[in-house]
Design a protein around this ligand. Structure first.
Ligand code: SAH
Ligand code: SF4
Ligand code: F3S
Length: 427
């Protein structure tokens, strides 16, 4: 069969789509890049906010017509929304062929040849690590390497632990193997993935030790990781970040709120002061480090004064970038049951203020780089011109520079000439 995968949500889903592609390819099927060529369409979905689900439901709906044109076409839903909604997905005026949850991808080859309609397979498997499956990487020059699955933190707003089950770490030897093989195939920029990489533990090997081992590999240029939970960011880790040449000067450290009262009801297990101390330590040990974050507004009980504390924290810490969200109640989480919900209209007003503030800060931070030399790992042609290429700097900013296809997958040293809120301009 010719299959096409459309991926939504976080990097974890991107990596899972690469596992799915591997599982289906090994079973003799062929991946295609055009939805119109496919006789199997998979939607790998996200449930983190209501909006993420609405978007993908709309997409599935708009592709349903293809089943009339191609009677053999199968449409399947996988990922976090499949896990959460199961057969309820079909209540939205849809008739998908199968719904497969995050720990059941090895059954996909069986399911797609099975004539039974409406297959549902969403059992979580606490030991599932997709061992011995070599992902089919979808990016030519960068690779995501999953180091752990699941989450144990139960932040009170978050649906992820319910959908992805308990935290478990992959054997460090498998991670090394995947990284070497990605590097040997020209993917020199590696991002390690987990919902909270700081709590990685395989036997005696913790996250700083894993990073130390990976830093010694000769066939990769760069290492990154997402996501770090502030409560588990250790001194040992900061030392390793400071002393490992391949680890990039960037950390994504979600703060969520600038109010201790809100952080407490979010069940985040740190205070604003703790977070600020971490940021100081990071800056002191790694002077060039860029810090990015996730911030939420409109969490139940968030007063105007709590919100002002978040804005003040953003002004004080000047994050290089921030993903700003408004709280979205997720059925089954604690926060969805809290009685003091903030009205949607208020959440929206606050979100817009946050986005505006961050845009200003990001622009300022990017402009500070004008006149400096940066190292860019070239990933592809720029969107605007085939005479230009783009890539990421070590501190995770997108740079555009002159170049050709020969530069893809290589490092370039270049001066920043100008900057916008999204791009460093190097020409
Ligand atoms: N494990 C990661 C990522 C979790 S999801 C972490 O802990 O950082 C990515 C971001 O989505 C979160 O950091 C949070 O800011 C946001 N998010 C999660 N649940 C949400 C909800 N119910 N409403 C709004 N934003 C949410
Ligand atoms: Fe969700 Fe918190 Fe786990 Fe991140 S750490 S996935 S925000 S429960
Ligand atoms: Fe990721 Fe969305 Fe699932 S953020 S873990 S794809 S709910």
């Amino acid at each position: 069969m010719k299959f096409y995968i459309e991926t939504y949500g976080c990097q974890m889903n991107v990596a899972d789509s690469e596992l799915i592609a591997s599982i289906l390819t090994s079973a003799g099927h062929q991946e295609v890049n055009q939805i119109s060529e496919a006789d199997l369409i998979l939607f790998n979905t996200c449930s983190v906010r209501a909006h993420a689900e609405e978007r993908v439901l709309g997409r599935i709906q708009s592709e349903m017509h293809r089943k009339k044109e191609n009677l053999h076409l199968q449409i399947g839903v996988v990922g976090c929304m499949a896990q959460r909604l199961g057969k309820e997905i079909n209540k939205n005026n849809l008739a998908v062929d199968f719904i497969v949850g995050v720990d059941q991808y090895q059954n996909l080859p069986k399911i797609i040849i099975d004539e039974t309609e409406n297959t549902l397979l969403t059992k979580l498997d606490a030991t599932q690590l997709y061992k011995d499956i070599q992902p089919v990487y979808h990016h030519n020059y960068c690779a995501y390497v999953t180091i752990m699955r699941g989450c144990n933190n139960f932040c009170s707003y978050c649906i992820v632990p319910y959908l992805r089950g308990r935290e478990r770490s992959r054997p460090w030897q498998d991670i090394i193997q995947d990284t070497i093989s990605a590097g040997n195939n020209g993917r020199k920029d590696i991002t390690l993935l987990g919902q909270n990489v700081n709590s990685y533990l395989d036997g005696e090997v913790n996250f700083p030790q894993l990073l130390t081992k990976l830093n010694e590999l000769v066939n990769i240029y760069r290492l990154r990781f997402i996501t770090s939970h502030p409560k588990d960011l250790s001194e040992e880790l900061i030392k390793v970040l400071a002393n490992s040449a391949k680890i990039c000067e960037h950390i994504h450290l979600p703060v969520q709120s600038g109010s201790d009262r809100i952080l407490k009801t979010m069940n985040r297990n740190y205070t604003v002061q703790h977070y600020k101390t971490l940021v100081d330590k990071l800056h002191n040990s790694i002077p060039k480090i860029a810090i990015t974050t996730d911030i939420m507004t409109g969490f139940p009980g968030e007063t105007e004064s709590d919100f002002q504390k978040t804005l003040t924290l953003m002004e004080t810490l000047e994050f290089d970038d921030a993903f700003c969200y408004k709280f979205s109640p997720r059925t089954g989480t604690a926060a969805a049951t809290f009685s003091n919900q903030v009205p949607e209209s208020e959440r929206l007003v606050r979100l817009q203020q946050m986005i505006e503030l961050q845009r200003r800060i990001t622009l300022k931070k990017n402009k500070e780089q004008i006149g400096h030399k940066v190292e860019v790992y070239v990933e592809g042609y720029s969107k605007k011109s085939r005479k230009m290429v783009f890539g990421k700097t070590r501190d995770f900013k997108t740079a555009v520079l002159p170049g050709t296809e020969d530069d893809f997958g290589t490092l370039k040293q270049i001066e920043v000439r100008d900057a916008t809120a999204s791009t460093l301009i190097c020409f």
